[in-house]
Design a protein around this ligand. Sequence first.
Ligand SMILES: [Fe+2]
Length: 140
Amino acid sequence: MLLIEWKNQDKVGHPILDEQHRGLVGIINTLQYFINEDWPVSSLHPTIEALEQYVMFHFKTEETILLKNGMSQEGMNKVRAYRSTFFQELREHVNSAIFRSETQLLTDFLVDWWAGHQSEFHDKLSEYLKHNPESVAVNE
Ligand SMILES: [Fe+2]
């Protein structure tokens, strides 16, 4: 069984974002798989690095789409603050995983983050894109 099950209702209605979200879920599930298989922490580094890089360009993509669709400066500031907090927490969990072998805490954090990212950010993003004419052009 996968750690996070991808569902069609997880789609935000923007093709590249939906692809990237599936990719993120795939990396998180892969990390959990390696942990379940008792891979040594040292061999998890490439997957963790891939996750960090993927999240970084995913956030950049979301930001670019929101800006293109006319999000206010105030809205963007909130998005950036959220991301900054996330990266700080991710780094702390990655360090705990690498230096104290607390790998399960890292994947627990990622599962919680994914659920929160979905309910607190993607739902709003989906609504925002639905009501913005530019997003329709991007979706076609
Ligand atoms: Fe996202």
